[in-house]
Ligand binder design. Structure first.
Ligand code: PBG
Length: 338
């Protein structure tokens, strides 16, 4: 794809007419190089406490936090629509948040309870869960904090305990997402030692310190906790792409099964770079802020929202993504199926 082209030069116009292939719908379809299928989509779902209830999320029209029983309904619809997997994100009640985020390894936490419910009822649906402390800490950082410093090594044990809890509850894919060092190896060793050799690890190999996470942080309640602080000492600088190669190499050496790039649309070059360099399954996360932009422009009539959404997702495939996490997975899968 990114190799230089060694083909003989094309005959010039008027002999060459690239428009010939674009003239009819059938030939455009015939020569389309990429396509978007429901099987390419992963649905992120926000889970909250309670039963039979949901709460809508500001800046994410059509997205809600669900109680676990409602997540099951959503999961059934996803499975029916041909979506292979769900990614769960908890909105942890304030009273369960602590300085050390210990709720992360409580086997009765929201994510673990929901994983067990889904795995029991829908064993064929893939389940993904993040490993990071931010949903559970009072300060909103992804790791343990000491004197304002987010600690790398000291957080490892907590993350391994969280990963084990989630694997035991039925999680198929553990996704260490804090962008700190040595995560993949530590989690792999902990999983293997506990007999979870088959549990997959999805490395958030290139996760950037991005302004596009705003609506997500509001949805899971980490925005208030974080306040004016940021995550720039561990998430990547949006200015960098070679660093993404180093990050991914390290995670692959530590045995990552899949890579993720996040956010998505502003980072398509990074997806292409990682895909070409490593040939590993490479996922993209169309994050909350991207979803918000597309929906807002659509609602204002400034864009054809439906068309722009489909185009944005197809472009992830063209850039080399094997699958895309998107809050629009259900609506898009429904439209693709028709
Ligand atoms: C945190 C996490 C974040 C997202 C997913 N997991 C945000 C953050 O780093 O604060 C953002 C996803 C989105 O914006 O949709 N581990």
């Amino acid at each position: 794809m990114s190799q230089p082209c060694h083909l003989p030069p094309l005959p010039p116009f008027p002999h060459s007419r690239p428009r010939r292939l674009r003239r009819a719908a059938w030939s455009r379809r015939l020569v389309a190089e990429h396509c978007l299928r429901p099987a390419d989509l992963i649905l992120p779902v926000f889970v909250m406490d309670g039963s039979d209830c949901e709460v809508s999320i500001g800046a994410m029209p059509g997205v809600v936090r669900h109680s676990p029983d409602r997540v099951l309904r959503v999961a059934e619809r996803a499975l029916e629509a041909g979506i292979p997997a769900l990614a769960l994100f908890p909105a942890t009640p304030l009273e369960a948040k602590t300085e050390d985020g210990r709720e992360a390894w409580n086997p009765e936490n929201l994510v673990c309870r929901t994983l067990r419910l889904l795995k029991r009822q829908l064993p064929e649906l893939g389940l993904i869960a993040d490993v990071a402390l931010d949903p559970y800490t009072t300060h909103g950082q992804d790791g343990l904090v000491d004197g304002g410093v987010v600690l790398n090594d000291e957080t490892l044990e907590a993350l391994c305990r969280q990963a084990l809890c989630q694997a035991e509850a039925g999680c198929d894919v553990i996704a260490p997402s804090d962008m700190m060092d040595g995560r993949i190896r530590a989690v792999r060793e902990a999983l293997d030692a506990a007999g979870h050799q088959e549990t997959l690890i999805l490395s958030y190999a290139a996760k950037f310190a991005s302004a596009f996470y705003g609506p997500f942080r509001a949805a899971v309640g980490s925005a208030t906790a974080l306040g004016a602080a940021d995550k720039k000492t561990y998430q990547m600088d949006p200015a960098n792409s070679s660093e993404a190669i180093r990050e991914a190499s390290l995670d692959i050496a530590e045995s990552a099964d899949m890579l993720m790039v996040k956010p998505g649309m502003p980072y398509l070059d990074v997806i292409r770079t990682l895909k070409d360099a490593f040939h590993l399954p490479t996922l993209a996360y169309q994050v909350s802020g991207e979803y918000a932009m597309l929906k807002a422009a659509g609602q204002n009539g400034w864009l054809d929202g439906d068309a722009a959404l489909l185009e944005s997702l197809l472009c992830f495939k063209r850039a080399g993504a094997d699958a895309i996490l998107t809050y629009a997975a259900l609506e898009v899968a429904g439209r693709l199926g028709r």
